[in-house]
Every structure is written in C-alpha cells, then in structure tokens.
Design a protein around this ligand. Structure first.
Ligand SMILES: C[S@@+](CC[C@H](N)C(=O)[O-])C[C@H]1O[C@@H](n2cnc3c(N)ncnc32)[C@H](O)[C@@H]1O
Length: 221
C-alpha cells in the first residue's frame, strides 16, 4: 500500500544529523525530565516485559531499565545507523537491553507479549495510516491490561508555540506532524481500542508543546 511505504524519516530527518541527535535533544528539550516523568508514571514492575517503540539512541530504553533492572526491556527502531549509536550506549552502560531492527507498523513480536509499550517522539514521523497501523500493532503486542506511554508533540496552546512548532514541521514534514499539532493522537489511541486515554502532562519547549499520554488495553475485549 502506498502510504505504508512513506518516505522513512530518521531521527533528525538527515542521516548526517543522527550523530548529534543526543546533544541536540539534551540542549533543546528537557529530555531527561520528560523521559523520567514518563518512566516514573509507568511504574514498571519486576518481571515485566517492556517495549520502547522507535527507540532511537536508546536513552529512554536505558532509563526504563535503570528504573526497574528486573524488567526485560526491548527497543526497536527502523534505522540501523541510529541503532549502531544505541548499541554503543547500551554497551557503555553495562545494562542488558535488547535492540531490534524493525518497522513499528509491523512489529516482529507475538500477540500479548508486553506489559508496557513506551514511545517517545516517534508518532510525528509517521503518516496517519502508519500511525494507526503502529497503534494497532502496539495494541496487539500488549497483553490485556497492558499500558501504552507516549511522549510526542501535541496540540499547541498559544500562537507562540504554534510558530515555534514550524521548525519541527520544516524538519520532519508537514503531513506527518499535522495530526499531532491538531491534537489528534489521543483520539487515534481510543479509535484503536485503548481505554483510559489521558494527557498526563505537557511541557512548553522551544519547539512547541510536548505531551505525555497514557492508555490501557482493556482487560477484556
Ligand atoms: C525523533 S527520534 C526519537 C528517538 C527516541 N525515541 C527518543 O525519544 O530520543 C524518532 C525515531 O523513530 C524512528 N522511526 C521513524 N519511523 C519509524 C518506523 N516506521 N519504524 C521504526 N522506527 C521508526 C527513527 O529512526 C528515529 O530513531
């Protein structure tokens, strides 16, 4: 299907920028603050299986493992170049997490195989069709009662935030980011079947409004 093969958008759109992704994120967004907030809210328990969707350089993947060393943590990303950086970071950390190569709208995992799925700054890289496919895949691989934790660009609160978000749109594309800035992500989660979809927190950043969302796969149905 045409939409499925949309142009792949790497972490900062251009491959040559991938090497500076971590310092840029650290300088421009309160990266550790928002990622740690997402991790703390999730309360991952001992023995849980956790997936980090579009893990990039594995910063969030490692924060999850650090918070709950007895969880089994897996990151997946579609870009081998960013995974090379991620593997270096994982090896330097001394922690054990698995890193897989794959597309988020076609996950290589069995049904009901994770307790939590995290995703940070991924969904604005996907066309609407691929967002919905990816959310459907997350629903499939989560066990009933399992939780989704997302950090991504959301509805802007004022004209300044809207103007700042133009920078993200110029970098990552107008069509893939439009649903984010129009505040549609939570409705996509509900449409696929997630319940208790809530906005946990918002951050005003130099690039626009960053939103943290939670949702749960119903225990039944
Ligand atoms: C902006 S980066 C975010 C990385 C990381 N989650 C973070 O918060 O720093 C988006 C990541 O999504 C990955 N990505 C984009 N489209 C993807 C797809 N269809 N399947 C898998 N990964 C994808 C990119 O390679 C990139 O590493």
């Amino acid at each position: 299907m045409e939409e499925k093969s949309q142009k792949y958008i790497p972490a900062l759109r251009y491959d040559w920028l991938t090497a500076v992704y971590d310092p840029i994120l650290r300088l421009t967004l309160r990266e550790f603050e928002f990622k740690n907030t997402l991790v703390k809210a999730a309360q991952v328990q001992l023995g849980h299986r956790v997936l980090d969707l579009g893990c990039g350089t594995a910063t969030l993947t490692l924060l999850i493992k650090q918070a709950q060393p007895n969880a089994e943590v897996v990151g997946i990303d579609g870009d081998e170049k960013v995974l090379t950086l991620a593997r270096q970071k994982v090896s330097q950390s001394g922690m054990v997490v698995a890193l897989d190569h794959g597309m988020v709208y076609n996950l290589p995992y069995p049904d009901n195989s994770f307790d939590h799925v995290f995703s940070s700054l991924l969904f604005h890289h996907l066309s609407r069709e691929n967002k919905l496919r990816a959310i459907g895949e997350v629903f499939r691989v989560l066990r009933p009662g399992g939780q989704l934790h997302v950090a991504d660009w959301g509805k802007v609160e004022n004209p300044l935030m809207r103007a700042l978000f133009l920078l993200v749109q110029l970098l990552d594309g107008f069509s893939t980011t439009a649903d984010n800035v129009n505040g549609l992500l939570p409705s996509f989660f509900s449409q696929v079947g997630f319940e208790d979809v809530v906005l946990v927190r918002q951050y005003m950043t130099v690039f626009g409004t960053l939103c943290l969302y939670n949702g749960r796969r119903p225990v039944q149905g």
